[in-house]
Design a protein around this ligand. Structure first.
Ligand code: HEC
Length: 133
């Protein structure tokens, strides 16, 4: 007796969940496309890992990864906010500065050796150094 009750209950549960899943399937194609769209474009655009905590600020990245050289102008690294240091470099255009910072340039190591920095975080760090320039 208790066995058949259990069978009925589980059959009902199966039917119920099956119909729920069927309902989900109808929605899921559009819903999944919508949900994956921004994630997909982030990966294609930056090919960067998406960090749970969100991007660090330019000041944070600078303080953690760039200040060691740029703070004092080690090996000729342009100092933050120093117009003389940055003027000839800015003439190249921001895209070139960004490209050099990401891939490395002479004594400037790729990403300032911050290998978990996203391209956007490197960009923010450069913008931080260019403040007031
Ligand atoms: C190990 C020292 C070092 C670290 C760390 C470092 N840099 Fe540099 N960086 C340099 C040096 C040296 C230059 C100048 C290279 C040259 O023109 O000879 C430079 C130049 C640059 C330039 C100018 C490139 C150009 O085209 O003129 C940018 C932009 C830059 N660094 C960004 C960064 C950022 C952003 C960080 C931190 C994420 C960083 N750097 C960390 C040493 C460093």
């Amino acid at each position: 007796m208790s066995h058949s009750k259990l069978l009925v209950a589980s059959l009902a549960a199966t039917l119920f969940s099956t119909s729920l899943f069927a309902g989900d399937d109808d929605l899921s194609e559009a819903a999944v496309k919508e949900r994956t769209k921004p994630v997909g474009s982030v990966y294609i655009a930056g090919a960067e890992p998406v960090k749970a905590g969100g991007a660090r600020s330019g000041a944070d990245v600078y303080g953690a990864s760039c200040i060691a050289c740029h703070g004092a102008g080690v090996m000729g690294a342009p100092k933050p906010g120093n117009a003389d240091d940055w003027a000839p470099r800015k003439e190249q255009g921001f895209d070139v500065l960004l490209e050099h910072a990401i891939n490395g340039f002479k004594a400037m190591p790729a990403k300032g050796s911050c290998m978990d920095c996203s391209d956007d975080e490197i960009k923010a760090a450069i913008e931080h150094m260019l403040e007031g320039v």
